[in-house]
Design a protein around this ligand. Structure first.
Ligand code: FNR
Length: 388
């Protein structure tokens, strides 16, 4: 069943062969303030650029004369199956990027057989996301709030709705200074004028969705209007310590992931306090500028805690070859944020499918060219970071 609108979207996607192509289409079709919220980073955007450069600078070491007719891309992440060493990272306000929002992203993840992490700052009820993609592996990302009772309620709901993992993000005691948002005057909900959409053909449902963006899980914010930084300042608890991690470990018997680890010492600390997995991340370069580069930190962290927990990585992953790189340096899997949002902004749910298709094709091709028949065969000998 194909409506003219769906056909138009597919035509648009035909010119997208890389994640960068999707980004180009997304930029043309999205109001500037919304596109910049996704695309931008904190302060001078140095963390963001360095994370990308680390992937560019990595060198592969292929072997030849191997049978690579068949390749098996599948793997195990948090004790469950995944079609690729890939997980969708949590991103807030997803219905601002396209009215199909979190549901579209979860469905595309389900079809591709990879886990999806819903953000605390989501714009669709967690129960609705779960029900819309029953076959997906659902994880829930948690920020701890000043209002602990409300946080506890969220955890209870995630448990009742069948979320298999909780991911505590620890790199956001306060909001980063995202200068593009400051210059664009971005607020939540956005106050976009007709001029913001000038020259764009916007689906009416998306227009409404943008103008009514608010984090659903914050009942206390139903009358809020301000910047993202102000919103974080109002709700997030900057006093969170490792004692709260202990508390969470007691509250949540399923898989517990800590996201935003940026040193070997902190990796060791959270594992000692019960984390089943960690995500080396600088939040896509959106928090501390000049933060450590996750890919460069990865081998040392894996050496230190890799036998006690799974190590995931994010920030700057843009190609299937990057997934191979992350895996070669010891990560169980890599997460992506912006790549699926570019797809979503470019063409809604089919755009997210396209993101996944591009990454899968690139991943398979890289494995074959490296002489590897499977994800399991990737080892440290396949890649190294070139010293600059
Ligand atoms: C994020 N990220 C994020 N992380 C988190 O723990 N909770 C959240 O609500 C959000 N929100 C969010 C919104 C947007 C628009 C972006 C781009 C990112 C960070 C995200 O989970 C992940 O760490 C980065 O996106 C990874 O970097 P790349 O893949 O975007 O380069």
């Amino acid at each position: 069943f194909r409506t003219p609108e769906l056909n138009a979207r597919r035509r648009r996607l035909a010119s997208a062969h890389t994640i960068d192509d999707l980004r180009t289409i997304a930029r043309r079709r999205t109001p500037r303030a919304v596109f910049d919220y996704v695309d931008g980073g904190a302060e001078q955007e140095i963390s963001m650029a360095r994370a990308r450069r680390a992937f560019d600078d990595l060198e592969f070491h292929p072997r030849v004369l191997r049978d690579v007719k068949e390749v098996d891309t599948s793997t195990t992440v948090l004790d469950g199956p995944s079609a690729l060493p890939l997980v969708f990272a949590p991103t807030g306000f997803t219905r601002m990027m396209n009215h199909e929002g979190e549901v579209a992203v979860a469905r595309a993840a389900a079809r591709a057989g990879i886990p999806y992490t819903l953000s605390t700052m989501g714009t669709t009820d967690m129960e609705e996301v779960r029900a819309a993609a029953p076959s997906a592996r659902h994880w829930f990302q948690l920020y701890l709030w000043k209002d602990r009772a409300a946080g506890e309620q969220l955890i209870g709901r995630a448990s009742a709705a069948g979320y298999e993992a909780l991911m505590l993000t620890v790199d956001t005691p306060i909001g980063g200074a995202r200068m593009r948002d400051v210059r664009n005057g971005l607020t939540i909900p956005p106050t976009l004028t007709a001029k913001s959409f000038a020259g764009m053909v916007i689906h009416p449902a998306w227009w409404i969705s943008v103008l009514t963006t608010e984090p659903l899980e914050f009942a206390a914010l139903s009358t809020f209007s301000g910047t993202v930084e102000e919103l974080i300042g109002r709700m997030f608890d900057p006093t969170v310590t490792v004692d709260d991690l202990d508390w969470l470990r007691d509250e949540w018997p399923r898989k517990l992931v800590v996201k935003g680890i940026q040193s070997v010492e902190d990796a060791r600390m959270v594992v000692e306090h019960g984390a089943d997995a960690i995500v080396l991340s600088n939040h896509g370069g959106r928090q501390l500028d000049r933060a450590p580069t996750p890919l460069e930190l990865l081998p040392r962290v894996v050496d230190e805690v890799g036998d006690r927990c799974e190590v995931l990585i994010d920030t700057g992953v843009r190609t299937g070859a990057d997934l191979v790189a992350a895996r070669a340096l010891g990560a169980t899997a890599a997460m992506v944020g912006r790549p699926y949002l570019y797809g979503l902004m470019a063409a809604g749910e089919p755009g997210v499918d396209r993101t996944l298709e591009i990454l899968r094709v690139e991943y398979e091709r890289t494995l074959r060219l490296l002489g590897l028949p499977s994800t399991a065969a990737i080892g440290r000998e396949q890649a190294s970071l070139r010293s600059r």
